[in-house]
Design a binder for this molecule. Structure first.
Ligand code: CMP
Length: 141
């Protein structure tokens, strides 16, 4: 399979726990490369646009409030089968159900504060990457 890109967010609870390093190590150990990265505090408007598909969910307000509560690390990850591989490394959405050794099991606090976001398909990855990164901000190697 050709090299693929996916979008990743290290969420505010993980940034405040000072575990950016161990999380990126998990990606690197599994042959995913950081192709772009930005540490930012998301605006409410941008965050609502990013999570637009969840707008009608009862937890939408809580999700946006948490995701804008502090710095997040936005990343493009690249590698073989990157979308699926990233999802395996992250583990299940709910940390209580995530497999041992996954990022959400290790660093997630709850289903909302689950340490990381990762794209669920190549189509989502393309949309999410283009929301936050210009083409010339992404390294191709
Ligand atoms: P993420 O991959 O960022 O995509 C949508 C997020 O919504 C998801 O991770 C969870 O953090 C969050 N989420 C999903 N279900 C719930 C829930 N029941 N309560 C609060 N947050 C949720």
């Amino acid at each position: 399979m050709a090299t693929q890109q996916t979008f990743s967010i290290i969420k505010p609870n993980a940034v405040s726990k000072n575990v950016i390093g161990p999380i990126i190590q998990k990606f690197e150990e599994n042959s995913l490369k950081v192709a772009a990265a930005k540490l930012v505090v998301l605006s409410k408007a941008k965050c609502e646009e990013f999570y637009a598909e969840h707008k009608e969910r009862p937890f939408f307000g809580e999700l946006v409030s948490f995701m804008t509560s502090g710095p997040v690390l936005l990343m493009v990850l690249s590698g073989e089968n990157a979308v699926l591989k990233n999802r395996e490394i992250m583990g299940a959405t709910n940390p209580a159900e995530a497999a041992e050794g996954t990022i959400r099991k290790l660093f997630g606090d709850s289903v909302g504060e689950n340490a990381v976001h990762g794209s669920d398909s190549e189509e989502s990855a393309n949309r999410e990457i283009s929301l936050f990164f210009e083409k010339n901000e992404i390294v191709n190697s």
